[in-house]
Write a protein that binds this ligand. Structure first.
Ligand code: CMX
Length: 464
C-alpha cells in the first residue's frame, strides 16, 4: 500500500484508485465494503497531498454574472465518480458509456451492463467481476423489504399526488431506521462516518424497487407486488414489480436505463442537492429525498415526463405522420408560447448527449420501426436548427430525457407521470456513492457566500 502511495505522488487525484485497480493487492472477490475500507486511506492521503500542493492556488476568476446566473461553470465541488465534458459527455471513473457497456458484467444472456457493476465502479474505480456483481444483487435483494409503516404512508397517498412526491415521502420516512443517524446519536467518531453511511446507502438502493413498485401499483393499478427474487439482478426485480419481469427486452432496457441515468458529475441539481444536504450530516435517506425533490423539477428529471406530454400533444394536433413543415411549426409555436422544448439543451453539454445516443442505439436494435421512435428521429433533424435560429439556447442538442419515455412507452409503460421515478431510482446510485465518499473524506458542511445586489454595486464602486 505504501508503495502505491509513493508511486502516485505526482499523479492526479484519481490515480491512486486507478492504480489500486491494477495492483496485486486488489482482491479478486472481496465484498464492496471491504474493498472500500482498503481504498479510503489511500484516497485520504491523496487528497491531503493535492491540498498541500495546490490548496492555496487560485482556480480562475469568478465573474459577477455567475452569481446571478445559477453558478454556471463555477468550480466549486469535488466528485471523482463521474466527470462531464461539454463536448464528449459523461465518463464514469474515466470510462465513456460505450466503454462501460463493453466492460461491465452482464446478466446471463444479456448484453447491457448491470447497474450493480456501475455502482461498484463508481465507488472503487474498478471493474467488478461477475461474482462481485452477483454478490451485490443478492445483498440488495436481502435488504429490499420496506417497513410496513412506509407501505402505509405510500398507501395513504391519494393517487392524484404525483408519484415523485410519494417517492420522496417514502424515502424520507426510511430515515426511521438510519444506521448513520443512530450511530451519530451514539457518538460515532468522524473517521467512522462512512461505515453507517455505506449501510444506509446500500439499504436505500435496495429498497427503491419496492417503493417504486408500490407507487406504480397504487397510482396506476398496474404492476405486481411480487416478492423480490434473490436469484435475480436488481433491474429484473424492479421490472417484475412493475409487471414487466417476463419481458426480457424491457429488463435489458432497465439495466441500460439505470446505468446511464445513475450519475452526471456532482453539480447537477439532484446530485448537488444530495451532497449539500448530506454535508449537514443528514443521513442518506434525508439527503436523497432532497435529491428527488430537485429531480422532480421540469428543467431537470421531470423533463422525461414533459417530453412525452409534448410529443403526445404534438401528435394529437398535427397527426402521427406529420410533415417536417408541420413539426417545425409546432416547435416554433412552443417557443413563441414562452415554453422550452423539453429534452433539448443542457447546462454543461454542448453536443448530443451520449445518453441519448445509447438509447437511440437500443431503439435501433429493439424497436427500429416504432412510429414514436421515428418521430423522435424526425425531431432530432428539426429542433437543433430551430433552437439555433431562435438564438437563445447555448446547446441546441438533445439530452437524456428526449429519448427515454419513447422506449418505456414502446414496452407498454405508458404512464408518463411515473417516468421520473425511474430516473430517481437510477440517480440513487450516483448520489449514494457520492455520500459515502464525502463522509469517508470528511467533506465539510457546505456554506457558499451570498451577496446582495447592493453589496455588488458597493464593491465595484469602491474599486473604481
Ligand atoms: N427550449 C427553449 N429554450 C431553451 C432551451 C430549450 N430546450 N434550452 C435553453 N433555452 C433557453 C433558456 O430557457 C434560456 O432562456 P432565457 O435566457 O430566456 O432564460 C436560454 O436558452 C439560455 O439557456 P442555456 O444557458 O442554454 O441553458 P441553461 O443552462 O439555462 O438551462 C436547461 C439548461 C436544461 C434547463 C435548458 O436547456 C432547458 O430548459 N431545456 C429543456 C428542459 C430539459 O430538457 N431539461 C432536462 C435536462 C437534463 C436533465 O437534467 O435531466
Amino acid at each position: 500500500m505504501a508503495s502505491i502511495l509513493r508511486a502516485t505522488r505526482t499523479r492526479p487525484v484519481w490515480s491512486s484508485l486507478a492504480r489500486a485497480q491494477f495492483s496485486s493487492s486488489a482482491p479478486k472477490n472481496g465484498a464492496l465494503k471491504e474493498r472500500l475500507a482498503e481504498l479510503i486511506p489511500l484516497e485520504l492521503e491523496n487528497v491531503k497531498r493535492v491540498r498541500a500542493e495546490h490548496g492555496k492556488k487560485s482556480f480562475g476568476p469568478v465573474v459577477v454574472d455567475q452569481l446571478y446566473g445559477g453558478m454556471r461553470g463555477l468550480p466549486a465541488l469535488i466528485w471523482d465518480g463521474s466527470v462531464l465534458d461539454a463536448e464528449e459527455g459523461i465518463r464514469f471513473r474515466g470510462k465513456t458509456i460505450p466503454e462501460i457497456q463493453e466492460l461491465l458484467p452482464k446478466a446471463p444472456g444479456g448484453s447491457e451492463p448491470l447497474p450493480e457493476g456501475l455502482f461498484w465502479l463508481l465507488l472503487t474505480g474498478e471493474i467488478p467481476t461477475q461474482e462481485q456483481v452477483t454478490e451485490l444483487s443478492k445483498d440488495w435483494a436481502a435488504r429490499s423489504a420496506i417497513p410496513s409503516f412506509v407501505e402505509d404512508i405510500i398507501d395513504r397517498c391519494p393517487p392524484t399526488l404525483h408519484p415523485m412526491s410519494q417517492f420522496s415521502l417514502a424515502v424520507t420516512a426510511l430515515n426511521h431506521d438510519s444506521a448513520f443517524a443512530k450511530a451519530y446519536q451514539n457518538g460515532v467518531s468522524k473517521k467512522e462516518y462512512w461505515g453507517p453511511t455505506f449501510e444506509d446507502s446500500m439499504d436505500l438502493i435496495a429498497k427503491l424497487p419496492n417503493i417504486a413498485g408500490r407507487i406504480y401499483n397504487n397510482v396506476f393499478g398496474q404492476g405486481k407486488l411480487a416478492a423480490i427474487d434473490p436469484t435475480k439482478d436488481y433491474s429484473h426485480n424492479l421490472s417484475a414489480l412493475l409487471g414487466f419481469g417476463d419481458n426480457a427486452a424491457f429488463v435489458e432496457l432497465m439495466r441500460l436505463y439505470i446505468t446511464i441515468h445513475s450519475d452526471h458529475e456532482g453539480g447537477n441539481v439532484s446530485a448537488h442537492t444530495g451532497k449539500l444536504v448530506g454535508s449537514a450530516l443528514s443521513d442518506p435517506f434525508l439527503a436523497f429525498a432532497a435529491s428527488l425533490n430537485g429531480l422532480a423539477g421540469p428543467l431537470h428529471g421531470l423533463a422525461n415526463q414533459e417530453v412525452l406530454l409534448w410529443l403526445t400533444k404534438m401528435q394529437s394536433q398535427i397527426g402521427a405522420n406529420a410533415s417536417d413543415a408541420a413539426v417545425k411549426e409546432y416547435v416554433w409555436a412552443t417557443l413563441k408560447g414562452g415554453q422550452v422544448v423539453p429534452g433539448y439543451g443542457h447546462a454543461v453539454l454542448r453536443k448530443t448527449d451520449p445518453r441519448y445516443t445509447a438509447q437511440r442505439e437500443f431503439a435501433l436494435k429493439h424497436l427500429p420501426s416504432d412510429p414514436m421512435f421515428k418521430l423522435v428521429g424526425q425531431i432530432y433533424e428539426i429542433v437543433p436548427d430551430i433552437l439555433l435560429e431562435a438564438g437563445k439556447a447555448k446547446n441546441p442538442w438533445p439530452n437524456v430525457d428526449a429519448h427515454s419515455g419513447v422506449l418505456l412507452t414502446y414496452y407498454g409503460l405508458t404512464q408518463m407521470q411515473f417516468y421520473t421515478v425511474l430516473f430517481g431510482v437510477s440517480r440513487a446510485f450516483g448520489v449514494a456513492a457520492q455520500l459515502i465518499w464525502d463522509r469517508a473524506l470528511g467533506a465539510p458542511l457546505e456554506r457558499p457566500k451570498s451577496y446582495s445586489t447592493a453589496a455588488i454595486e458597493k464593491i465595484f464602486k469602491d474599486k473604481n
